[in-house]
Design a protein around this ligand. Structure first.
Ligand code: FES
Ligand code: FES
Length: 207
């Protein structure tokens, strides 16, 4: 209970403007998604995943768990893979975002990973596949740049990591596939990983 002598409580951080409902704080956010600039007016609580799906109608990235456990929402931000459900869009003003819709070349030619997933039959329901694909692009970039994983043997710094089965499984361990298509996914990523073009995306061309 407040005492008569208590000082007034300070306003909460990021308080809404006078008269606005509690929690309703919005900002303008500019995102370059798959090479196209979008200026959005977003509630600060909107995640990147919801901004893509609910505001830009880009429904490739999926909402599996919505709390960073399954990887179905994986997209690339400034070239690095992220869980879209864990990032607030308002923190990404000015960033480049690539979703599964931006992997293919502008002329529609499928990305090497997309082709490999088809050739190796690396999916069943496909719900996790957009996240697997975006995560694989990020993983291949990280390996090529010499970023070690938990299973990478000691090597000269920044030497590209060899894409062994153990490496691929470890680097994609944040992406769950409930159907158990993992063996085919590993084969597809190993196959595409031999193609240097697999670290590039269609969105990179038009970004
Ligand atoms: S929906 Fe983001 S990790 Fe599961
Ligand atoms: S293909 Fe991944 S969850 Fe079914």
């Amino acid at each position: 209970m407040a005492h008569a002598a208590d000082p007034p409580a300070p306003p909460p951080p990021h308080a809404p403007p006078d008269g606005a409902p509690a929690g309703d704080v919005r900002s303008r956010v500019s995102l370059r998604v798959n090479g196209v600039r979008h200026d959005l007016d977003l509630d600060h609580r909107v995640t990147l995943l919801d901004a893509l799906r609910e505001h830009l109608d880009l429904t490739g990235a999926k909402k599996g768990c919505d709390h960073g456990q399954c990887g179905a929402c994986t997209v690339l931000v400034d070239g690095r893979r992220v869980n879209g459900c864990l990032l607030l869009a308002v923190t990404l003003d000015g960033c480049r975002v690539t979703t599964v819709e931006g992997l293919a070349a502008p002329d529609g030619t499928l990305h090497p990973l997309q082709r490999a997933f088809i050739e190796h039959d690396a999916f069943q329901c496909g719900y996790c596949t957009p996240g697997q694909l975006c995560s694989a692009v990020g993983a291949l970039r990280e390996a090529a740049a010499g970023h070690p994983s938990h299973v990478t043997p000691p090597a000269p710094q920044e030497a590209p990591a060899a894409l062994t089965e153990a490496e691929i499984r470890e680097r994609l361990s944040g992406n769950l596939c409930r159907c158990g298509a993992y063996p085919a996914i590993v084969r597809a990523v190993a196959d595409a990983g031999a193609d240097a073009a697999a670290t590039r995306t269609g969105a990179d061309v038009i970004a």
